[in-house]
Write a protein that binds this ligand. Structure first.
Ligand code: COA
Length: 270
């Protein structure tokens, strides 16, 4: 399937499905017979689609999910890992980290719709997303230790930051997955819903965010994501800069005026 969000670049996608409607672009990892495992080709496609979607002003929100009933993504492709030389392993990890970071650094919200197994690189992908909604059937874990390796797409850092070192080390050192309700209780997912309601719940959230003010969301994302790596004084400065920038938008005028007029705001993205 050719894909071009901005009309200037195309790539023939073999492992992803991409659909766009009403400001929401949905990226579906499409290797269900391999439980959507991330091989290098899929990773490259994801990198490309995320890059082009980032430039597409009509995309306000991105949803990432896996094809089929069983898996979000069951990890990096173990068949490929099995053959990696140390040098290639280094490149593979760095590239995976780069793709995850690109997702995390997007200035529009990315929702992981975790419809089943999110293991290894699959959980690392979900962790790079800004919000995670999970089916109550989902299982989430970083089982790399059972393969004699460790998470290499940012999992050691993002899981630890999200749920704390104690819980993260327990998950990573044992490699045991947690079920969705446990994941919710740890803060690993934002919400758990019945499998049959996952799509509707996710799309309702995506639609809500797609109506929101893009400059405000971009500011929140940058301050929260970059601020995590900063000392508090610098992070607060960043917050101030983004606050002031949002105040330069038409949407700021509309949002505040709508409150004063006691009506719902109509944000335009300007
Ligand atoms: N990489 C490559 N192939 C994978 C994969 C992965 N991470 N996860 C699943 N697959 C493939 C299986 O090899 C199998 O392919 P085959 O039909 O050609 O043999 C297919 O997907 C279905 O998986 P299967 O193991 O038969 O399903 P299951 O229901 O018995 O078990 C899991 C499901 C998720 C428990 C199991 O597939 C699993 O443990 N996967 C690996 C998880 C992992 O370690 N991820 C981290 C990788 S770094």
């Amino acid at each position: 399937m050719p894909f071009s969000a901005d009309g200037t670049q195309t790539m023939d996608l073999k492992n992803l499905l991409v659909t766009a409607a009403d400001g929401v672009t949905t990226i579906t990892i499409n290797r269900p017979d391999k439980l959507n495992a991330l091989n290098q080709a899929t990773l490259a496609e994801l990198d490309h689609v995320v890059g082009t979607t980032a430039q597409d002003p009509s995309t306000r929100v991105i949803v990432i999910t896996g094809q089929g009933q069983k898996a979000f993504v069951a990890g990096a492709d173990i068949k490929e890992i099995n053959h990696l030389s140390p040098l290639k392993a280094h490149q593979f990890s760095q590239y995976g980290q780069q793709v995850m970071r690109r997702i995390e650094r997007l200035d529009k919200p990315v929702i992981a719709m975790v419809n089943g197994f999110a293991l290894g690189g699959g959980l690392e992908l979900a962790l790079a997303c800004h919000l995670r909604l999970a089916s109550d059937k989902a299982q989430l874990g970083l089982p790399e230790v059972k393969l004699g390796i460790l998470p290499g797409f940012g999992g050691t850092q993002r899981l630890t930051r999200l749920i704390g070192r104690g819980q993260a080390l327990s998950m990573m050192l044992t490699g045991e997955p947690v079920d969705a309700p446990t994941a919710a209780s740890m803060g690993l997912v934002n919400q758990t819903v019945g499998a049959e309601a996952l799509l509707e719940t996710t799309m309702r959230l995506a639609a809500q965010l797609a109506q929101s003010a893009p400059a405000a969301m971009a500011g929140i994302l940058e301050a929260a994501v970059l601020g995590e790596d900063m000392d508090l004084t610098s992070a607060l400065s960043l917050e101030t800069a983004r606050f002031a920038l949002a105040c330069a938008s038409e949407d700021m005028k509309e949002g505040t005026q709508a409150f004063l007029d006691k009506r719902a705001p109509q944000f335009t993205g300007n």
